[in-house]
Design a protein around this ligand. Structure first.
Ligand SMILES: [Zn+2]
Length: 114
């Protein structure tokens, strides 16, 4: 690939890292829950790109990696969906039990009392 800055020839390679590296916009603060753009996986890994020896710049490819905040949001959404489904199931079961009990009580009552 030609360098987008000086047009010189670049060398293809990668930045190896044992931890996750993130892009953080100027002025933005990052934290483990921050909205930085992850450049590699949660436990690190290579960040592929091109190095221009002419102007000493690096051009990186940013893979689609879910950030911690998005991961957390997705996990919470899934948990909330499961909770909602469990609540519905519980309510349905309770309603069923009520109906069953009502029928049972109805059966035990003296028909002349009704
Ligand atoms: Zn260059």
């Amino acid at each position: 690939m030609d360098c987008p800055f000086c047009g010189g020839e670049t060398r293809e390679g990668a930045i190896p890292s044992g931890r996750q590296l993130k892009w953080v916009d100027s002025g933005a603060e990052d934290s483990p829950w921050g909205a930085g753009v992850p450049l590699n996986g949660f436990f690190g890994g290579e960040i592929k790109g091109f190095f221009c020896p002419g102007c000493r710049r690096v051009v990186l490819s940013v893979p689609e990696i879910e950030g911690t905040a998005e991961m957390l949001r997705r996990t919470l959404d899934t948990a909330s969906e499961k909770l909602g489904a469990a609540k519905q199931q519980w309510e349905a079961r309770r309603e069923e039990e009520k109906t069953r009990r009502r029928k049972k009580n109805f059966g035990e009552k003296d028909p002349w009392e009704l």
